[in-house]
Design a protein around this ligand. Structure first.
Ligand code: NAP
Length: 449
């Protein structure tokens, strides 16, 4: 029987890519798939990235669970590819490998002061509030009165919304108790979301933008002067209904009277970060006012603006990490490939495939990974008859090797124990689920099965 593997690795990633690859592989009845996951739990960003109040998106878990419960699929959690099992070792056990490790690290703004205490990536904040086992429980105290969020993509909108909501508004979600506790004591009154270009160039989607206007605990503040469109922006808005709707929503908000809510969420445009001011920890961010150059880019005007902030969240996108033993395109931040087949120095590496953010970069929504994974799996299945077969064909061999190396592999039963424990914690509080955030705790619970 041929065997294939969907391998996932490190930190943050749309692990949905691995699961969609597994789903596409199981159309063939003679295929067995191992989904190798660094964390003790499956679902990657669906569990640890999607905002806790986006329950509809989170419900995608039930479709992903069906894939992982398929009789031809085996979940092997808490296995770090490149550490517990090297790239060179995988072909001993698998005829083919699909790497779907996502984008694990942050892009940088590239300004002085970026590393001052009080400056964090949005990824760190998202990981903390979502109870990611890599995030320290006390990573955020939210004693800042003013928070600057650099970037105007959907992640910036997510973190701004979570900061703007009251703890009571979020109590119905799966947020861990320690996070709700900090949110209930949050001192934040002003949140500044800062775009370096204009509203027509913003990356957020209209549905996510609109939610900011429905906040019970915060007024949205937008300045009409920052919404003026140059010719290129007008053309962009004419060509894209999504862009036009974004601009319309923002313009409506300039006309709306403020309601005196406890928090204010300021959406600012045409402000390019120049420096994060300290000296000991973040106190403000200095920005240069920009103007659009007629071609969609922004150029500095020389005028500077300072926004006071004691907490800075850098939300300027992610990058994938190289996987030792596989080629990596540093400039694009992806594993180079041709239609999903990994390519080294212009030549296809037989038996190696990529899916998700490590294949195409950190763009698109969860569903984007379905078509993306299908393309890679179609290539794999087309190549299958000519691929070298793995010499070790007993599926127990890989889990035995990992156990012999001291790896506490979390199988599906282990994950179900975690799932049950989280649901039970939720039931105690009249909530659907309360996430367990501590890695040792997760492993202890999983170890019971
Ligand atoms: P993103 O959409 O690429 O947005 C990154 C933002 O950072 C852009 O506004 C970009 O501005 C800005 N930026 C980059 N470098 C900068 C710099 N040096 N200084 C100032 N600003 C800078 O990335 P993301 O928000 O991390 O989202 C990643 C992906 O996840 C996206 O596809 C997103 O749609 C998806 N996502 C979806 C949801 C949802 O569906 N609800 C939620 C979260 C994330 P420029 O455009 O000027 O470069």
């Amino acid at each position: 029987m041929p065997q294939w593997a969907g391998a996932a690795r490190r930190g943050r990633g749309l692990r949905a890519g691995a699961i969609y690859a597994a789903e596409a592989l199981t159309v063939r009845e003679d295929v067995s798939v191992d989904v190798l996951e660094r964390l003790p739990s499956p679902y990657g960003l669906v569990r640890y990235g999607v905002a806790p109040d986006h329950l509809k998106i989170k419900s995608i878990v039930s479709a992903l669970r069906q894939v992982l419960e398929h009789p031809q699929v085996r979940f092997l959690g808490n296995v770090d590819i490149g550490v517990d099992l090297t790239v060179a070792e995988l072909p001993t056990y698998y005829d083919a490998v699909v790497v779907a490790g996502g984008a694990a690290v942050d892009r940088r703004i590239g300004v002085p002061g970026e590393d001052l205490p009080g400056s964090f990536s949005a990824r760190e904040f998202v990981a903390w509030y979502n109870g990611h086992p890599d995030a320290a429980l006390d990573a955020f105290a939210l004693r800042a009165r003013s928070v600057a969020v650099v970037g105007v993509g959907n992640v910036a909108v997510d973190v701004a919304r979570i900061l703007a909501k009251s703890a009571d508004e979020l109590r119905g979600t799966d947020l861990p108790d320690h996070v709700l506790d900090v949110l209930s004591r949050s001192q934040v009154s002003d949140i500044w979301v800062l775009g370096r270009r204009g509203p027509a160039q913003a990356r957020f989607t209209t549905k996510e933008l609109r939610e900011l206007g429905e906040l019970a605990h915060a007024d949205v503040v937008v300045r009409a002067g920052e919404l003026e469109l140059d010719e290129a922006s007008q053309a962009a808005a004419a060509a894209s209904p999504a862009t036009r709707r974004n601009v319309e929503v923002l313009r409506e908000w300039t006309l709306r009277p403020q309601q005196g809510r406890p928090r204010r969420l300021h959406l600012r445009f045409l402000l390019r970060p120049v420096e994060v001011l300290g000296p000991e920890s973040v106190t403000a961010i200095r920005l240069e006012r920009s103007r659009l150059d007629g071609a969609g880019s922004a150029v500095g005007t020389g005028e500077t603006v300072t926004v006071e902030a004691q907490l800075l969240l850098r939300s300027v996108g992610y990058r994938a990490l190289p996987l030792p033993g596989l080629p990596f395109d540093e400039a694009a931040g992806i594993i180079p490939h041709a239609g999903g087949r990994v390519v080294r120095d212009g030549t296809v590496l037989p038996g190696w495939y990529v899916a998700g953010w490590i294949k195409r970069g950190p763009t698109g929504v969860i569903g984007t990974n379905k078509a993306d994974a299908r393309e890679s799996v179609a290539a794999l299945l087309a190549d299958a008859p000519a691929l070298r077969r793995a010499p070790v064909r007993d599926p127990r061999a890989v889990s035995e090797l990992l156990t012999a190396r001291g790896v506490r592999v979390v199988g599906w039963a282990g994950w179900q124990a975690i799932d049950d424990a989280e649901l039970a914690l939720g039931a105690e509080q009249g909530r659907e689920r309360v996430k367990i955030a501590d890695r040792a705790h997760l492993l202890r619970v999983a170890g019971g099965r």
